[in-house]
Design a protein around this ligand. Structure first.
Ligand SMILES: Nc1ncnc2c1ncn2[C@@H]1O[C@H](COP(=O)(O)OP(=O)(O)OP(=O)(O)O)[C@@H](O)[C@H]1O
Ligand SMILES: [Mg+2]
Length: 386
């Protein structure tokens, strides 16, 4: 996933706090800021300024230096020493073009100076620049937080991979030992049986690794879809065929001929994930797969009669490792299945969600445009029946 830093707009209006003990000055600067479409708050001293900042974060402070009680330099020092407000640009307003006062202001951490009598145009330009710097700082801060979150996810993923790949690898080791014993005993049927088990585990392992790679590529938008014209019934059949073998519940498919332009392989794998989940949770009761034609959109529904998904978890399960710790078989589970499905739906310009079915059960649905479109600004996850 790429972390993008949006550049601030050309003349973004911002939130401006004007602090001056002289009412006429405050109002003059305030009017000038309002004229430039900024949201303005006025304060007559340090205490009222701090009060104004409670629950309202300005983008810039215009601060008079000469004020009774706590002067502008003291307030500036205080703001700059607090990590929460240190990045807030402070523009000191001073009556004198006094070098000593400027040096004191710089020492206090002020970002810029406005010399009285103020020139409205100059003030507007300096405020605009300060807002731009603040916005850039905010964007970089958000990007940094995103990176840290991604780093934590990557660590979790590495941990999960190491942990979850260990048990199938151990099983492969055991199978190979059994094959060696079979070879020593000349027992061909034992060798064939263990080799088959070995192949099965290797297939599962390969699929797990494939899912991990696909999720990374889809997140990085580095996996373009390859849409082709297909009958949905054929795509569903592909998906169901991947999980039908050994299924503990009957799977019934209801789909008439509906032509779509989708990536057959990706959608079939998403359907396989959804049906495999339904099988895990249905407790042996039938699983139904259906295609509903909504005109420009086509929806695939997978219903099971299991315990369903609690409302508060219906967004979370689509996140990476969003497992709720339910289901009868947690072996070889990456917790990436639904996350993968979400990306497949998004890559087609569609969405995915889960709803409840009566009297008990879950309906997972993927709704995508008949003609796959690039995802514009859709969120990709829904939680209400469609
Ligand atoms: N049909 C369902 N009924 C109830 N809960 C479900 C159902 N499908 C998924 N879930 C819940 O959502 C979680 C996430 O599912 P997901 O497919 O992403 O991971 P997984 O099934 O645990 O692992 P994997 O897909 O890698 O085998 C599951 O662990 C389960 O808690
Ligand atoms: Mg799953």
């Amino acid at each position: 996933m790429t972390v993008r830093i949006p550049l601030p707009g050309k003349d973004t209006p911002g939130r401006v706090l004007v602090v001056d003990d002289v009412e006429a000055n405050r109002d003059m600067v305030g009017d000038c800021m309002e004229l430039a479409s900024h949201e303005v708050r006025l304060a007559n001293g340090a205490d009222t300024a701090l009060e104004a900042m409670r629950g309202w974060e300005p983008d810039v402070i215009l601060l008079d230096v000469m004020m009774p009680h706590v002067n502008g330099l003291q307030l500036c020092r205080r703001l700059k020493s607090d990590p929460l407000t240190a990045a807030l640009p402070v523009l000191l307003m001073t009556a004198m073009n006094d070098r000593k006062l400027r040096v004191l202001g710089i020492e206090a951490g002020a970002n810029d100076f406005l010399v009285k009598p103020l020139d409205p145009h100059e003030v507007a330009m300096r405020v605009r620049n300060a807002i731009r710097s603040k916005r850039l700082y905010d964007s970089m801060k958000r990007a940094h937080e995103d990176l840290r979150r991604l780093e934590a996810l990557r660590d979790a993923m590495a941990h999960m991979v190491v942990h979850d790949l260990r048990s199938p690898l151990m099983s492969i080791g055991l199978c190979l030992e059994a094959i060696r014993s079979g070879a020593q005993a000349g027992d061909l049927s034992l060798i064939a049986e263990d080799a088959t088990a070995c192949i099965g585990i290797t297939t599962t392992l390969t699929e797990m690794i494939g899912t991990i790679l696909d999720v990374s590529r889809l997140e990085a938008e580095a996996m373009p879809i390859e849409p082709g014209s297909w009958d949905v019934a054929a795509i569903i059949e592909d998906g169901v065929a991947r999980v039908r073998e050994g299924a503990r519940s009957p799977i019934s498919v209801h789909s008439g001929p509906v032509v779509v332009v989708w990536d057959r392989c990706l959608v079939a794998r998403a359907i396989a994930n959804l049906v495999s989940n339904a099988l895990k949770h249905s407790g042996g009761k039938p699983v139904e797969v259906r295609c509903v034609d909504h005109g420009p959109d086509v929806e695939i529904q997978i219903d099971d009669a299991g315990p369903g998904v609690p409302e508060e978890s219906r967004e979370r399960i689509f996140e990476k490792f969003g497992s709720l710790g339910t289901g009868s078989d947690k072996r070889n589970a990456t917790g990436l299945g639904l996350h993968f499905c979400k990306h497949v739906a998004r890559a087609h310009g569609g969405s995915i969600g889960v709803s409840r079915i009566d009297p008990t059960g879950a309906r997972f649905w993927m709704r995508m445009p008949r003609l796959a479109v690039s995802p514009a600004d859709r969120t990709g996850v829904g939680s209400t029946p469609v």
